[in-house]
Design a binder for this molecule. Structure first.
Ligand code: KG4
Ligand code: ZN
Length: 355
């Protein structure tokens, strides 16, 4: 089994205990969360080592690793939380969107436990759960919020007025932001996963060195497109006719740092400008940021600067770093609102690629 890392210390307190399960991509995760806020345990078995030689997630390998990890991860989450089946009030699982052959492992485990333990089953949208990571510690959430999810598979903006029904305002028409980071890292021959590698390389680079394209898709659009910038990086490395070899091997460290910094600056600028459009469109009082790319320091800083500069200033809530990438705390936390509303799934629940 892959290494299981504990990403939060268990806390003891009574309440509605929900066991959350997450297997939408390449992390097998389980957590026990009480009342949507109190993290009693959080366990993640990462598959990074399995996928790194391919430069991306291989669905079949991910699915097999989930099968291997799911039981030990759930067991560890229960033990770390100091709870037994009788203490659990509901089982929640991310059933969409994601890789169906990965999702099915978590969904099957959750259905089995729900049936065997006689506990209600709650279906969770993985992207809505990412938003929950940003709001779960906030006691005074001012709505509406403009919510940005930037992950390996998705880039979406929402009009957020309640945890259960975020309304989609726009999304990517091609690559997701995280996917662009990963692909550009591959072009630059930086280690997988690409996002953290690009961020690290960019630290010593000049963000103004190369003017990569910023695709805004028209004045009012809240959709995103990141495939053009990825291609622009490729052209930059192979020459405009694409006939040359990738020059990366002969580039200096500084040249690579400049490309990484310039690429990151272009992506961040687009994300910030689109978020500002969304704020204006819906009159947002808060901005939420979640998903793997939300761990990016340049993005966090630029969004903070933009929010501080607005009149009136708009509060930015960002997911804590350990809950930016995939985890089950966000699943267990969001499920609390469905639990309170009596919104349960039944044993016919299936995984869905989209959603
Ligand atoms: O949310 P997530 O764990 O998985 C999906 O639901 O897709 O996001 C993973 C993505 C990867 O593309 C990874 O490269 C990116 O998040 N990522 C980052 C950073 N940390 C992770 N991208 C930019 N900067 C980072 N520091
Ligand atoms: Zn995710």
């Amino acid at each position: 089994m892959c290494a299981v890392r504990l990403i939060s210390r268990p806390m003891q307190q009574d309440g509605a205990n929900i066991l959350g399960i997450e297997t939408s991509c390449d992390e097998t995760a389980a957590a026990v969360v009480a009342d949507g806020k109190i993290v009693k345990s959080a366990v993640v078995a990462s598959q990074v080592k399995l996928h790194e030689k391919y430069g991306g997630v291989v669905p079949e390998i991910a699915s097999r690793a989930h099968v291997e990890n799911i039981y030990p991860v759930i067991k560890e989450a229960m033990e770390q939380a100091g709870v037994e089946r009788g203490d659990i009030d509901a089982i929640a699982v991310a059933n969409q969107p994601g890789l169906t052959i990965a999702l099915v492992v978590g969904v099957t485990a959750a259905k089995t436990l729900s049936f065997a333990w006689g506990k209600p089953l709650i279906a969770i949208n993985h992207l809505h759960a990412h938003l929950q990571s940003a709001v779960m510690a906030e006691d005074d959430l001012q709505l509406p919020a403009a919510a940005l999810i930037v992950s390996g598979g998705h880039t979406s903006l929402y009009d957020y007025r309640s945890p259960l029904e975020p309304q989609l305002l726009g999304s990517t028409i091609d690559d997701a932001a995280g996917e662009a980071f990963d692909k550009v890292a591959t072009i630059l021959k930086l280690p997988y996963p690409g996002g953290p590698s690009i961020q690290k390389a960019a630290t010593d680079g000049d963000p103004a060195a190369i003017k990569f394209p910023r695709s805004m898709l028209g004045r009012d659009s809240l959709d995103f497109s990141f495939s053009g910038i990825k291609t622009a990086v490729l052209y930059h490395c192979r020459g405009q006719n694409m006939k040359g070899e990738n020059r990366v091997d002969s580039m200096s460290r500084q040249e690579i740092a400049d490309i990484a910094a310039s690429f990151q600056a272009a992506v961040v600028e687009v994300l910030v400008k689109k978020t500002r459009r969304a704020i204006r469109r819906i009159g947002a009082r808060t901005v939420l940021l979640g998903g793997g790319v939300a761990a990016n320091s340049a993005l966090r800083a630029a969004l903070q600067k933009m929010c501080d500069g607005l009149t009136p200033a708009t509060k930015l809530l960002v997911a804590p770093k350990q809950y930016c990438t995939d985890n089950a705390v966000m699943v267990g936390s969001l499920a609390y609102y469905k639990f309170k509303a009596g919104l349960f799934a039944d044993l016919t629940l299936e995984p869905k690629a989209s959603g």
